[in-house]
Ligand binder design. Structure first.
Ligand SMILES: [Zn+2]
Ligand SMILES: [Zn+2]
Length: 242
């Protein structure tokens, strides 16, 4: 694999998942073109996602991506740990009194505690797997009052309701329409709760032009085998045979 890069971007080959240096047009590993309209040759877009559950959820790339994210989270925690004392002091009109000496470590402790708990659940722990169908989905226009700016904020909330096979109902609500756009009512879904690969997969991906990466959420062309942004495998089914 080529040199690892810091940050996100179109740095991974859509075909083999190898990291790509900027300024070349062919993947050094598999020689696939990775730019321009012709890169997919005559692979048709429709049905490229296939039908059935993916067999890639244990791919080592998910672990690599998770440990990379863990590192970023720790760097982030360190940066805010440096910034927090300044923010508290400025908010307190720069008086470093006895109270601040107590408050600053407590705030830092809470921030680190939340950070470590988040990382533990996100990147190192299995979650229960489940199967189900999309029972319902709806969007609602909502508004809330923003006190600090003294104005009303309008937004849309997207909800997808899943009926699990074990009888439980699950509701996912978000202001982001990704999940709402991806899943259609009646569709079969599986929740992957692997240590490093967590998220929903739908059984039939053959009608999708765009497949969201389960690791980073980036919307990839359905012909991609690997996510262009993070290099993780795109969960796809078996090719559709006519
Ligand atoms: Zn390649
Ligand atoms: Zn990705």
């Amino acid at each position: 694999m080529a040199k690892k890069r810091f940050g996100y971007g179109s740095f991974y080959c859509w075909n083999c998942g190898d990291a790509i240096e900027k300024g070349t047009s062919n993947c050094p590993n598999c020689h696939a073109l990775y730019e321009g309209d012709k890169r997919y040759g005559n692979i048709p877009l429709m049905q490229a996602g296939g039908i059935g559950w993916s067999n890639q959820t244990n791919h080592p790339r998910f672990k690599e991506y998770a440990s990379k994210n863990k590192k970023y989270s720790i760097v982030f925690l360190i940066i805010i740990s440096i910034l927090i004392p300044f923010i508290i002091l400025i908010g307190n009109d720069v008086s470093f009194d006895a109270e601040m000496i107590v408050v600053i470590p407590i705030v830092l402790l809470i921030v680190w505690l939340f950070g470590i708990i988040f990382m533990h659940f996100q990147y190192g722990r299995k979650k229960p797997e489940w199967d189900g169908i999309v029972e319902n989905k709806f969007s609602e226009n909502k508004k809330r009052y923003d006190k600090s700016n003294n104005r009303t904020v309008y937004y849309t909330e997207y909800t997808v309701v899943y009926q699990r096979q074990d009888g439980k109902q699950i509701k996912h609500t978000s202001q982001n329409s990704n999940e709402y756009d991806t899943f259609q009512i009646g569709e079969h879904v599986h929740y992957h709760g692997g240590k490093y690969c967590k998220g929903l997969e739908k059984y039939d991906k053959s009608h999708d032009r765009v497949l969201n990466c389960i690791a980073c959420g980036y919307g990839n062309d359905a012909r991609n085998n690997y996510c262009e942004r993070c290099g993780c495998p795109i969960l796809k089914g078996q090719p559709v045979t006519k």
